[in-house]
Design a protein around this ligand. Structure first.
Ligand SMILES: C[S@@+](CC[C@H](N)C(=O)[O-])C[C@H]1O[C@@H](n2cnc3c(N)ncnc32)[C@H](O)[C@@H]1O
Length: 217
């Protein structure tokens, strides 16, 4: 899901003028592209740097990530955790658990990150934690459900970020030309726009990031 929304040259320029990836992130990026199917799912350098920047600005005590994949965005989001803070990340796929853990160790984050294996819709209700920062990046059909499951766990001022909200540009196609996921993403964007509990900005970065801030209960 990484069809670029800007010309390749501009994307490369933005990468060049963004702080370089840390050694563990660069290694994980490389290994994922060499060995893991669907490597386009990894957040990547610029988006990862943005997630890391947001986490540093918030200094969250607790972070929830829905959709771990190989752990790239988890490492980025965990960078800004306050002392003693923790990140919970959920993925349905158990096959990548060991690879993630290896890189969490390399990044020195093995005690700050808990991996949950299972369906996010079943795991989220078991987490009795208030999350200052949530990153939704799993199956597109369920974004609305994940939002409903987390919104009451987010305190006022907390941030929820959803990835792929432009869905390769499909959201602006006529309804009948959108795929099932493109329709789901458009429905999610509409849902958020009509929810007075959050204010939001849709950033046309990579595949589209919707950043929401909780402003009312
Ligand atoms: C786009 S990838 C996540 C990428 C990762 N956040 C990153 O930026 O590096 C989506 C992940 O969601 C997981 N996933 C799909 N359906 C899920 C579900 N129902 N519950 C939990 N995880 C799910 C997939 O196994 C996949 O690893």
């Amino acid at each position: 899901m990484t069809r670029l929304l800007i010309p390749k040259e501009l994307d490369q320029y933005a990468e060049r003028y963004t702080s370089p990836e840390s050694k563990p992130l660069a290694g994980l990026n490389r290994e994922t592209h060499m060995k893991v199917p669907m490597s386009q799912m990894l957040s990547g350098h610029i988006q990862g740097a943005l997630l890391q920047m947001i986490s540093h600005m918030l200094r969250p005590a607790q972070v929830l990530e829905i959709g771990t994949y190989t752990g790239y965005s988890a490492i980025c989001l965990a960078q800004g955790l306050q002392k003693g803070g923790h990140l919970h990340t959920i993925d349905i796929n158990e096959e990548l658990e060991d690879l993630c853990f290896r890189y969490f160790c390399e990044a020195g984050l093995e005690h700050s990150i808990t991996q949950h294996i299972g369906k996010a819709a079943e795991v989220i209700p078991t987490l009795s934690v208030a999350f200052d920062l949530v990153f939704i990046d799993a199956d597109k059909q369920n974004y609305g459900l994940y939002y409903d499951l987390v919104i009451d766990k987010v305190p006022l001022g907390g941030i929820i970020i959803a990835d792929n909200v432009l869905f390769e540009g499909e959201v602006v196609l006529p309804e009948e030309q959108r795929s099932k996921n493109g329709r789901a993403m458009h429905a999610f964007n509409e849902k958020i726009m009509n929810d007075p509990r959050v204010e939001q900005v849709l950033l046309p970065l990579r595949d589209g990031l919707l950043i929401m801030r909780k402003i009312a209960s």
